[in-house]
Ligand binder design. Sequence first.
Ligand SMILES: *Cc1c(COP(=O)(O)O)cnc(C)c1O
Length: 361
Amino acid sequence: MNRVFNFSAGPSALPLPVLEKAQAELVCYGSSGMSVMEMSHRSSDYQKIIDDCEALLREILSIPDNYKVLFLQGGASSQFAMIPLNLYGKNKKADFILTGMWAKKAQKEAARYGEAKIIASSDDKTFNYIPQIDKSMFSPDADFVHITHNNTIYGTKFEGPLDTGDVPLIADMSSSILSEPVDVSKYGMIYAGAQKNMGPAGLTVVIIREDLIGNAMDICPTMFNYETHSENGSMFNTPPTYAIYICKLVCEWLKENGGIEAMHKTNLKKAEILYSYLDESEMFSATVANPKHRSLMNVPFVTGNDELNAKFIKEATAAGFVNLKGHRSVGGMRASIYNAMPIEGVQALVDFMKKFEAENK
Ligand SMILES: *Cc1c(COP(=O)(O)O)cnc(C)c1O
């Protein structure tokens, strides 16, 4: 077996012990005599898997009792429509902070169903910073405020939860969930596609305060209504059973490795190793300059020379550091260092970058 260091932005690396556990259980799960993939979602064996997954998520993220955890499909992108369809119940108005392509997509989709006001944006500088937000910028009659907590493409992150007063704060945490502790009570809703930090593609996790459920617009399709899934334990129809099972294994792995605080500490260390080299290097630099805005999970960087970028990516790939090509809108490189990337992987990448810099002066 020859596994590489995989810096993919998503779908991304999974912890090896999770893959090995899944492999061991692949053909025959427990005493069920079948694979998890072959089980009825209504079976007691499967009910235990989804219940355990929810209980682990609740424990790891300290999710308060007045929040529901929903296991949905359609990716984070479907939430861009589900959010307005469910939450434009009162005034059909919401505030959006544009910090990247995903935030833009969420705003654009919401604008199809009501007013989607852009109250701040960092579009002027290719989203390489988080705009200054003042409480007075929020519309008091908005149904919600939407942010992208961690900007996967641009490598920025909001420092803490915004104070939006009584207006529910909705956060896309697709690329930051489970990477650091989060005060769920400060959010009306948190959502995340699983394929960055929780498991394979095909599962979207929604954590939503109960009072925000049940006020959907009349035109909201049944499958897009949070109430449908909340009232049926995420089993109105067939949930993404295998992806939920892997998410459970990821949660177990995270717990066995010290829980969310330990994970956060490791993530801080990994980011420190990479950013401090980028800050001292004469060849490479991080595209996000302000340390307060830097993502712990996605680190875009450039050399300032397209040919050199291409040479670096080619040689890195050959040396076993893969998926380092940056998003086309930023160029250069991006190292996604999610929970499953060990400190050794980041250290090895930095060692390789140092060697490359010395050889290409
Ligand atoms: C990847 C990503 C998305 C899109 O997720 P899909 O599951 O592919 O729809 C949305 N928001 C953020 C922040 C992402 O990183």
